[in-house]
Design a protein around this ligand. Structure first.
Ligand code: NCD
Ligand code: ZN
Length: 373
C-alpha cells in the first residue's frame, strides 16, 4: 500500500489527510469504448489512467467472432494517443448461436479475455443476446473447462418484473442455478447495484466476483429525478435506493477481493441521452479514478483504494499486476458541464457536433490525476 496516513495492518485512514496518493497503475474491468468518432473521443480518458480494460462487445453488429474482436482491437489501438501503452482486453458477445470452438480458439490465441452474457433486450445493443440460458449449455461447459471467465449483465428482462427488482430476480432465477450447474465456472457479476447482490457475492465461492461502478457508489435513484428528469444519471442497471448505495460502498471499501473496479463508462452523444427515449449509460471515464478516490476517502479507507483498483481484478483474472504507478493530487477540480469533440453525432439530416456530458458535471472533486507523473 502506498498511501500516506494509513494505520498499518488495519486499513483505516488516520492522521493528516494526504496531499498525494500514489497507486499501482489500475485497470478497468468493464468499459464501453464504442467505435469511430466516439471511440476517438473517449479512449484517451481511459488510457491516461488504466493500463488495461475489459472492453465490452456490444457494438452494432456485436463482436461475436475472433476476427471481429481482433479487428476491433486494432481500431482501438489506432485511436490511442501516441505513446500510450494501454492494452484493450477483448470480450466475446454471447448469442444463442455462439460456437464453443470459436470462443475457445479466441481465448487460447489471446484475442478474447472473457465472454459477455447479455440477456436479450436487457440494455444497449443487447437484442442479439441470450433469451434462454439452456441454449448456451455447451458454451458454458466449455468456458468452465478452459477457465475462461463469464461476465454477466445480471438483470431479467421479464416486463412483469419491476425495473428496480430485475437484478435481484436475475440472481434468484438464473445466477444461483447457473453456479450450481457449473461450479468451477469463473463468473463476474457486472456493475452490481443492490444489497442482495453484495450478500450473494460474499456468500458464494471464490469463482464469483463482482465489479462496482463509481456512479453506483455516488448516486441513488433520486439523482434521476432531482428537480426534473435527469437523463445523465440514467444507466442500466438503474441506480437503486440509498440503502443499496450504502451497501455497495461498504462492499467496495471492505477489502474483500471479490469486489473490484469496473467503471461501466458508457458514453452516448448528448442528443441520444437528452431525448424522448434516452439511452442508458453514464460517461464517467474522465473522472472515474477521482470519483472512486473520493468514495474511499469519505469511508475513511483511502489506503484500500489500491487493492480495489489495481490488485483484486488481475488476481481474479489470473493476470499479472501492472508495474507502473499513477499519482492523484489533492487539487480540487470542477468537472466541466460538457465535453466537445471532433466529429458529429445524430441521425442523417439531424447531425450535431459530438458532445458528451461527463459524470459529476459541475461537481467539485477533491482529487485530480497528476498527468505529469
Ligand atoms: C451500457 C451501454 O450503453 O452500452 N449502458 C449502461 O447503462 N450501462 C450497456 C450496459 O452495460 O448495460
Ligand atoms: Zn456496461
Amino acid at each position: 500500500m502506498s498511501s500516506a496516513g494509513l494505520i498499518p495492518g488495519e486499513g483505516r485512514d488516520g492522521g493528516a489527510p494526504p496531499a498525494r496518493l500514489r497507486l499501482r497503475r489500475p485497470d478497468d474491468w468493464h468499459v464501453h469504448l464504442r467505435e469511430g468518432a466516439l471511440l476517438q473521443a473517449v479512449v484517451g480518458a481511459t488510457a491516461r489512467v488504466f493500463a488495461r480494460a475489459i472492453v465490452m462487445p456490444n457494438l452494432s453488429p456485436p463482436i461475436t467472432t475472433v476476427a471481429a474482436a481482433a479487428a476491433y482491437r486494432e481500431q482501438i489501438l489506432a485511436a490511442l494517443p501516441r505513446g500510450s501503452g494501454f492494452k484493450p482486453l477483448m470480450t466475446a458477445y454471447l448469442t444463442e448461436a455462439s460456437d464453443p470452438d470459436e470462443l475457445a480458439r479466441g481465448f487460447s490465441e489471446g484475442v478474447f479475455t472473457a465472454c459477455k452474457l447479455y440477456p436479450a433486450h436487457a440494455t444497449t445493443n443487447s437484442a442479439a443476446g441470450v433469451s434462454d440460458l439452456a441454449q448456451i449449455t455447451a458454451v458454458l461447459e466449455r468456458l468452465e473447462a478452459i477457465g475462461m471467465p463469464l461476465l454477466i449483465h445480471g438483470e431479467v428482462t421479464d416486463p412483469e418484473v419491476d425495473i428496480f427488482d430485475r437484478e435481484l430476480v436475475f440472481i434468484e432465477r438464473h445466477l444461483e442455478p447457473l453456479l450450481g450447474r457449473f461450479p468451477a465456472l469463473k463468473v463476474v457479476l457486472e456493475h452490481i447495484t443492490t444489497t442482495e447482490a453484495v450478500d450473494f457475492v460474499v456468500g458464494a465461492g471464490p469463482q464469483l466476483a463482482a465489479t462496482i461502478t463509481p456512479h453506483h457508489l455516488q448516486i441513488n435513484r433520486n439523482a434521476m429525478f432531482h428537480r426534473g428528469l435527469r437523463p445523465d444519471f440514467y444507466c442500466l442497471p438503474v441506480a437503486k435506493r440509498e440503502l443499496h448505495r450504502l451497501a455497495l460502498r461498504q462492499a467496495a471499501t471492505s477489502g474483500n477481493p471479490k469486489f473490484f473496479l469496473g467503471t461501466d463508462s458508457a458514453p452516448h452523444p448528448r442528443g441520444a441521452k437528452e431525448s424522448a427515449c434516452g439511452c442508458a449509460g453514464i460517461y464517467n471515464a474522465p473522472v472515474a479514478i477521482e470519483s472512486y478516490a473520493q468514495v474511499f476517502e469519505q469511508e475513511g479507507v483511502l489506503g484500500r483504494l489500491e487493492a480495489f483498483a489495481s490488485e483484486f481484478g488481475p488476481r481474479f483474472y489470473g493476470l499479472p499486476l501492472n508495474e507502473g504507478t499513477i499519482e492523484l493530487q489533492r487539487n480540487a477540480q470542477v468537472v466541466p458541464m460538457l465535453l466537445e469533440f471532433e466529429g458529429e453525432s445524430g441521425s442523417p439530416g439531424q447531425r450535431e457536433p459530438l458532445a458528451l456530458v461527463p459524470f459529476h458535471a459541475g461537481d467539485t472533486l477533491p482529487w485530480k490525476l497528476n498527468t505529469n507523473k
